[in-house]
Design a protein around this ligand. Sequence first.
Ligand SMILES: [Zn+2]
Length: 175
Amino acid sequence: MPALMFATPAPLEEPMPVGDTDGRYLRQAIGLSNTARARGNRPFGAVVVDADGTLLAEAYCNTTETGDCTGHAETNAVRQLSPRVAREVLAQATLYSSAEPCVMCAGAIFWSGIGRVVFGIDAQRLRVFRGERPEQRDAELSCRDVFAASPHEIECIGPTMIEEASLPHIGFWKA
Ligand SMILES: [Zn+2]
């Protein structure tokens, strides 16, 4: 597919390389963003995988179908996990998100104790899709800034697989 053009004037974050295993799970999260969109929600998806490769949670954004503004994919995944998975397991787990976690989701990831995050499209590139409508704009605080304030380490890889992670957003957001 042709390279996507982005109009944001600030320098964009360079994509980070990702291995086959991370790529496979991230692709699964991107697939869930398509599920979200097909159900009338905003196109975001997330999966959480433990250190042995066991799928612990899969979730998609369901804010439109539930009316719950906190129903973001990553926060929904944390809600599934937090009551039933030990913190020691979560500390070794990775959350894969189709897009950079927002400030709320980064906070939920912090509180869950999940130790590693891999995301697809970054918030800055996503803003080009989201446009200027107030109800579509996000709070402009990067997930890395939230994670950097954590007393425990949260490894963060992204943006990566940007073109693939962008596809669910094409034609979705209202100008
Ligand atoms: Zn979020």
